[in-house]
Design a protein around this ligand. Sequence first.
Ligand code: PLP
Length: 216
Amino acid sequence: MYNEILSFTQTQHVLLLAVSKTKPVSEILKLYDKGQRDFGENKVQELIEKQALLPSDINWHLIGHLQKNKVKYIAPFVHMIHAVESIGLLVTINEHAIKNNRKIPVLLQFHIAKEDTKFGMTYDEAVALINYMSSNTLENVIISGVMGMATFSDDVNVVREEFKLLKKYYDQLKETYFKSNFNFKHISMGMSGDYKIAIEEGSTIVRIGSAIFGNR
Ligand SMILES: *Cc1c(COP(=O)(O)O)cnc(C)c1O
């Protein structure tokens, strides 16, 4: 499946993020040997263990919920943090980015799904975060766009409406706060079951695990 998904995302100019959580380093290396460089993990412990064993030119994305006290472990190398959903977390990432003399790209996670188990901000919470960011100098985080997860549903209309909502949030933020900011350009949405819909609705990064690596 990897080759088909890769060529599809390439023709759509979308970044394919291979979600390797629970999968061994040997399977990651197989994709690495095919040229895949962007991998996503949702747990800090697993991410740092794999990072230590694998080639240093892999772009590691942290896609899951991140606790503030774990930021220090990934700050030296993480390529992008997808799930920023509070000012406190953003401030902590900035502090550890400074300690490592880095600028860390982050995405703002929105709550778009019906389920209340999923993490993420409302639009107003994101605006508060952006306002905080501009009145306090957080120079070592780069707000690079938005991220969201749709409801786990067979109803494609529900999923599509949620992706449309995330795209709308992105467009509003871009217009209002990031108009001439070229870093704010990503919409991370779409997983194994819904990435084609996500791409139709404007995704720039799809996070795909089981369709590439098999079921977990
Ligand atoms: C596991 C996970 C994915 C990938 O899910 P699949 O259905 O296996 O493609 C994408 N995003 C997040 C945040 C995840 O935790």
